[in-house]
Write a protein that binds this ligand. Sequence first.
Ligand code: FAD
Length: 498
Amino acid sequence: MTKKQRVAIVGAGPGGLTAAMLLAHRGFDVEVFEKQNQVGGRNGALRVDGYTFDIGPTFLMMRNIIDEMFALCGRKTEAYLDIRELHPMYRLKLGDGRDFSPIRDAVKMRAQLDALFPGEWEGYQRFLAYEKRKLARITPCLQVPYSSLGSYLSGRMLRALPYLDAHKSLFEHLGDFFHSDLLKLAFTFQAKYLGMSPWLCPATFSIISYLEHSGGIHHIMGGLNQLSQALAKAATEDGAKIHLATPVTEVMVTHGRATGLKLQNGETIQADAVVLNADFAHAMTHLVKPEHRQRWNDAKLKKAGFSCSTFMLYLGIDRTYDIPHHNVIFAPDYRQNVREIAETQVLSEDPSIYIQNACVTDSTLAPPGHSTIYLLVPTANNRGSIDWAKEAPMYRDKVLELVESRGGLSDLRKHIKAERMITPHDWEHQLDVYAGATFNLAHNVGQMLYLRPHNSFEDIRDCYLVGGGTHPGSGVPTILESGRISADLIERKFNTPT
Ligand SMILES: Cc1cc2nc3c(=O)[nH]c(=O)nc-3n(C[C@H](O)[C@H](O)[C@H](O)COP(=O)(O)OP(=O)(O)OC[C@H]3O[C@@H](n4cnc5c(N)ncnc54)[C@H](O)[C@@H]3O)c2cc1C
């Protein structure tokens, strides 16, 4: 590269920061423009009266991807992050009231399966063996862009095809290994990370539960938000500039090429390449004029499928609870609950709830003797007609009542000292998440791989996408991969002699 090429990145979420870190290390002149006054986006921190919460991601899988990204920049993760594995991975309160706590220890796992689901150990072994082969075939497809039909039909993809299992649902696929429907659910709830129903989500995604069972679930001390902090630190050490509280209002396009950004403060930034990390559909509808979008036009976005949303409560409390770090309380009628979220789009009377009790691992998040409780309730996205201004206070009370009665948090309401709520309406209108669909475009067969918005954005040259809305999809490790894929594409374009 003779002249330093200038890359302007919209958004300092984990996708934008990964691209910033890699490109800055490779000698590009990188500037990141972030609307909020901190980095991280959905992976940011929420600090309230001495309590620290992760806004979004709390489950960290595939920590090896973090190691790879830092290694690409000549760094060691340990110099930036203190990452600990969780044992057990999580507690699942099944619909029949029993607790099941999957653990990455074969002896303890077998003892639990034999006690709770006699006869299922053999199926579990087959599941692990099958998914291991599947992951080996699919992983290479998650590390490259799909910009053309040719790349879609590559040898790599053809080798993975028999393992994609895209013709059946996740729930159906688990029937090949397990008899008990409750046990199947213990391997499907991870569809939550994609915001999808296990009965609709393609079986391709059974690799997520395999990744947990094979590689474990980790916590980052200080919260997963520390990942974004670390990516930002490494990027700035290599010369990237991160501008906080600097909203972008438009991607400038000339003759089909991205040429820079317009900022809300009136400035214009010229760039050789633009990287969009803002939520994909939000960016399309707010930052890219309709005349520049041939494929991802408003009609296509209207027809696109989007993930569910989440109703969130972040509670700082003046006591601790003796429950594991991650807890999933299944609705007694889980299928009905999922139908209400994904199909009928109404508020569930009896929802499933995720409880994070992070202080059991990480006392840095609250004052001594106090702790933080993070509650996430998957709900319909804003394409339904739930009136959150009206429903939110009642829903808050219902959720608190349920976690007290079913989640093991007795008297929780008496101990709340600090509280924040994010509703699906807030995700959309305060945090710029299209339709409040917290896990982005749905991951159905029609919106995966070549059919997902391309990393090298198909509608505008020199415009690249990173984050949950592009390939390979939503979830921290895949989002980091999107940063790497787009950084590689930019490097290839500007470093290859023509
Ligand atoms: C509640 C919740 C729980 C989740 N749990 C998990 C989990 O446990 N594990 C997991 O792997 N994944 C999880 N995810 C999914 C995913 O990993 C995260 O959402 C991730 O943070 C998304 O990263 P991103 O890079 O796509 O974008 P974001 O984090 O959304 O970042 C986009 C950034 O762009 C900025 N921006 C938007 N518009 C503009 C503008 N006009 N100008 C400048 N900046 C702008 C935003 O402010 C934001 O900072 C969860 C998500 C949510 C919401």
